[in-house]
Design a protein around this ligand. Structure first.
Ligand code: ADP
Length: 606
């Protein structure tokens, strides 16, 4: 069934409502007719089924115990009637299933797209406090539970109501007393369903939560596989996984137990009802209160009244899983998106890159300041170096510039205008970041280098960026040059190579402001020289912030800020800072001592 593309782009924000059924109904927007069609088709199929039993009654009563003086339909017509009814029933059941599936697939296709979109736009703060495994779980397993809800349960409710109503009316036509006796069981079935509904909801929610924990464990383990191996912590990791997995097993077992208890109890109830119906019907038929044909029709129809009832219980219980998953998915959808285009300033002819911090303060959590009273000025094109121990706030400080986080005190001016007035999207286009451990996608080298620019870039542009980043000669040696894939299916790049690809990527993006996490300390001297050259090319004419780990790489900086516990404790140029007693000189002395000792050792070894 063709699905209109516009129905696939639909803002799901309004599906967030405390009334979960209303939310699910809204989620079906664009598919309501499909859903109605599916339910109506089921109605037609149910009607055909009921008519089959009524025809059976007619057949039995007229052919086995013929009445004098009545004209009966010819046998071939009755036979044809059975065949036609079977065809109608089959055909409409099929149609209904198709419509139900296209509803379910369409709604969840849209939901998955929307979730992915939403996850791209959530704030850093949200990502900070949400585990990846949890997000993966909600966008896969929970969406799948919703798909099942739309494919089975949503349609099932309509089916049950129709089956029950139609057959109930048909039974009433047959015999009122018998009919009323056949529904005594209803309140009991409903009560057991409600009893289990609550328990299954809870059990399922806790099962999904545990599954998310397990996904997170697995995901983190894979992402941190190097750390695990380096620290030889495999056994610990395996034990941790087994513990989590065991917990999942237990919760799964409990969930299954709830289902397992529910089924037999509702089956027993329904079984008794059917038996009682058969018995009563038989007695009435023997006493001549009803005809044999009526009894046969009744015997068939009662199943179709009890069956929907039994399924109603199952449906109520299964719906609970759909509702839980709905809640889990809405938890993501209801989050505010990062407003990328909010702001009123954009410099059409580009930024100069002059940045002023004035008594800037920041806290991730209210009450615990991470940055305090940060004031300094960076002129356009200057190099500002940040030095300080781990946790002193260097990363946090630079993360304020692209507005990953919003400063909570003071002001930051960019070219004289308050930073908060620039749209985030614009800022992020103007700022280039080279991380300590750059992330490359499992795509071709070319795609990785041109990642930051949305326009089409020529091969020449990519190549000249790679040359400036001193990585072109390496790429040339790869089997498919710039089209070689990075990662598992392609080449494995060394840390230094990755970094240079990241530098090429930033060069091509051509930002006015640059943030570098200096990590050259981890690479060998030859690579270091190459990276340094690449970095020099990158930093030209750009205001640059370097998070430095070694003093050697920041000796030429225009301004060095020494940070400690969220404050600037020393500032100036290298020559000023070594001249006075303080953290800077101490770090400098330690680093030079280590290096001279290293050099000595190397010389001795040589
Ligand atoms: P540095 O880059 O100098 O190592 P950071 O800026 O990463 O320092 O961290 C500064 C402080 O802020 C640390 O105490 C750290 O624990 C805290 N911090 C960093 N990121 C977050 C975050 N996303 N949420 C809460 N606290 C954070």
């Amino acid at each position: 069934m063709a699905v209109k593309t516009e129905t696939l782009h639909f803002d799901l924000k309004n599906t967030v409502t405390p009334n979960r059924f209303r939310g699910l109904w809204r989620m079906m927007t664009g598919f309501h007719w499909h859903y109605l069609g599916a339910t109506l088709s089921l109605g037609v199929a149910a009607l055909a089924k009921t008519t089959t039993y009524l025809l059976l009654r007619y057949f039995v009563d007229n052919y086995f115990t013929p009445q004098q003086g009545t004209t009966v339909l010819p046998l071939w017509m009755i036979a044809l009637g059975f065949v036609l009814l079977a065809v109608v029933e089959g055909g409409f059941t099929f149609l209904s299933a198709r419509l139900a599936i296209s509803t379910a697939e369409g709604v969840t296709l849209r939901l998955r797209n929307y979730l992915y979109d939403q996850i791209q736009r959530l704030s850093f703060t949200y990502h900070d406090k949400t585990q990846t495994g949890e997000l993966i779980q909600r966008s896969t397993s929970d969406v799948d539970a919703l798909r099942r809800f739309f494919a089975d349960q949503a349609i099932g409710i309509g089916r049950i109501v129709l089956l029950f109503t139609i057959n109930f009316i048909a039974l009433l036509q047959l015999n009122v007393k018998l009919t009323l006796l056949s529904i005594i069981v209803i309140p009991f079935v409903v009560l057991t369903s409600i009893f289990f509904f609550k328990r299954v909801s809870k059990a399922y929610e806790s099962y999904q939560e545990q599954e998310a924990t397990l996904s997170t464990t697995l995901q983190e383990n894979l992402a941190g596989v190097r750390v695990v191996k380096a620290f030889a912590r495999q056994n610990y990791e395996i034990e941790k996984f087994e513990r989590d997995n065991w917990e999942k097993f237990k919760r799964g077992r409990y969930l299954t137990k709830m289902h397992a208890l529910f089924w037999p109890s509702s089956d027993i109830l329904c079984g008794f009802q059917i038996l009682a119906g058969y018995l009563l019907g038989a007695i009435m038929a023997i006493n001549g209160e009803i005809s044999v044909g009526t009894y046969m029709a009744y015997a068939g129809l009662i199943i179709w009244i009890i069956y929907p009832l039994r399924n109603l219980g199952r449906l109520i219980v299964q719906t609970s899983t759909g509702l839980v998953s709905y809640g889990r998915v809405m938890e993501i959808i209801k989050q505010d998106r990062e407003k990328l285009d909010e702001g009123d300033t954009e410099s059409k002819d580009g930024l100069h890159g002059q940045i002023t911090f004035d008594q800037v303060g920041f806290e991730y959590e209210t009450g615990t300041p991470v940055l305090e009273d940060i004031s300094f000025k960076a002129e356009s094109g200057q190099v500002i170096a940040l030095l300080g121990s781990t946790g002193s706030g260097k990363t946090t400080l630079v993360n304020l510039l692209p507005r990953f986080y919003e400063y909570t005190a003071g002001s930051i001016l960019l070219d004289g205008i308050e930073l908060k007035r620039y749209p985030r999207r614009y800022l992020r286009q103007q700022i280039g970041i080279v991380e300590q451990e750059p992330f490359l996608f499992s795509r071709s080298i070319r795609e990785n280098i041109s990642y930051g620019v949305s326009r089409n870039v020529s091969d020449d542009e990519v190549e000249s960026a790679a040359r400036a980043a001193a990585i072109h000669d390496v790429i040339r040696t790869f089997p498919e040059g710039y089209h070689t894939l990075v990662g598992e299916k392609g080449v494995t790049l060394s840390g230094g190579q990755k970094q240079r690809v990241a530098i090429a990527r930033t060069l091509l993006k051509n930002p006015r402001i640059l943030i570098l996490d200096d990590s050259t300390s981890s690479v060998d001297t030859e690579t270091e020289a190459e990276i340094r050259e690449a970095l020099q090319n990158l930093m030209q004419n750009r205001t640059t912030f370097i998070i430095a780990h070694r003093i050697q790489s920041i000796m030429d900086a225009d301004l060095i800020l020494v940070m400690d516990r969220g404050r600037i404790v020393q500032r100036g140029q290298h020559s000023d800072l070594v001249a006075v007693d303080g953290i800077y000189r101490r770090i400098y002395e330690i680093q030079t001592r280590i290096e001279t000792e290293l050099e000595k050792e190397i010389a001795n070894a040589g």
